[in-house]
Design a protein around this ligand. Structure first.
Ligand code: HPA
Length: 293
């Protein structure tokens, strides 16, 4: 009898294909870009042209999203004429899902035909020059969860998705980052508060202690959050090009004596103030991706 290993990825290639086929049968859009909407940034999906929304609960084998501010559906449609699929609400490790389950939808996007992943998140600004409301292009990450042996690619590897030992050093596409800084940010009017830096994932759901944050700062981390890294690893593994950014929703508190503390209401509030510019920035990036090959 085969050993049952519940900690191992149950989403075989065939199962992911079954999910993709379910969607292909119901949706006339073949997405070029998969977009993951971070906390408070799901409004983008509501503004797609020729939209089709599919709640996670109605997709076979799909988990459901449990976080306030995360709607929980796939929204297909066109953004500036480019076919896209948006995750309106993502899955987090702290919800109780293993990382391979959190990032499974990226493989679905790949099998739907997406060549690019555009991921967004809300993050705490650890770099003390950052302010709430800043937008940080991700140029690299620290996979803190990977340090403890937790990785979305753990378990048996199916070469149809990608190689056993993928390189991850150029995960964040340099041409897209360049375009974002030199063109999209200028057109979206966000250059004055656009940053570029290193993101670090923590498991959450509690925010970090000052001692943890001081440690991350020593490691060269600029922003901290609870998502994205496993999605990016999964996308790079299956050959997708990645662009990702963080909306800095709060300054990280490095002092135990400070009266201030991080909270989710603040995260959602700051995200709301940047909603329109973030949508414009994403739209310009998608338009650019759509104009290539
Ligand atoms: N830490 C972790 N995740 C976050 C934060 C933070 O300060 N802000 C928004 N998401």
């Amino acid at each position: 009898m085969a050993l049952i290993r519940p900690s191992t990825n149950v989403f075989t290639y065939e199962l992911v294909q079954e999910i993709a086929n379910f969607l292909i049968e119901r949706v006339p859009v073949k997405p070029k870009v998969g977009i993951i909407c971070g906390s408070g940034m799901g409004g983008l999906a509501d503004n797609l042209d020729k939209k089709t929304s599919i709640p996670y609960g109605s997709i076979p084998h799909f988990p459901v999203s449990t976080v306030p501010g995360h709607a929980g559906r796939l929204v297909f449609g066109y953004l500036r004429g480019v076919p896209v699929v948006c995750m309106q609400g993502r899955f987090h490790y702290y919800e109780g899902y293993p990382l391979w389950m959190c990032s499974m939808p990226v493989r679905v996007m790949k099998l739907l035909g997406a060549t690019h992943l555009l991921a967004t998140n809300a993050a705490g600004g650890l770099n003390q020059d950052f302010n709430a409301g800043d937008i940080m292009i991700m140029k690299d990450h620290v996979n803190m969860m990977g340090f403890s042996g937790n990785n979305p690619l753990q378990g048996s590897n199916d070469e149809r998705f990608g190689p056993r030992f993928p390189a991850i050093s150029r995960a964040y596409n340099s041409e897209l980052r360049k375009y974002a800084k030199e063109v999209a940010a200028v057109k979206a009017g966000i250059s004055s508060y656009l940053r570029e830096g290193v993101y670090c994932i923590v498991g959450g759901p509690n925010y970090e202690t000052p001692a943890e944050l001081r440690l991350f700062r020593m490691l060269g981390v600029d922003a901290v959050g609870m998502s994205t890294v496993h999605e990016v690893i999964t996308a790079v593994h299956c050959g997708m090009k990645v662009f990702a950014f963080s909306l800095i929703t709060n300054k990280c508190i490095l002092d135990c004596e400070s009266e201030e503390e991080a909270n989710h209401a603040e995260v959602v509030e700051v995200a709301a103030t940047r909603e329109k510019v973030v949508q414009e920035f994403i739209s310009l990036m998608v338009e650019h991706i759509g104009s290539k090959e």
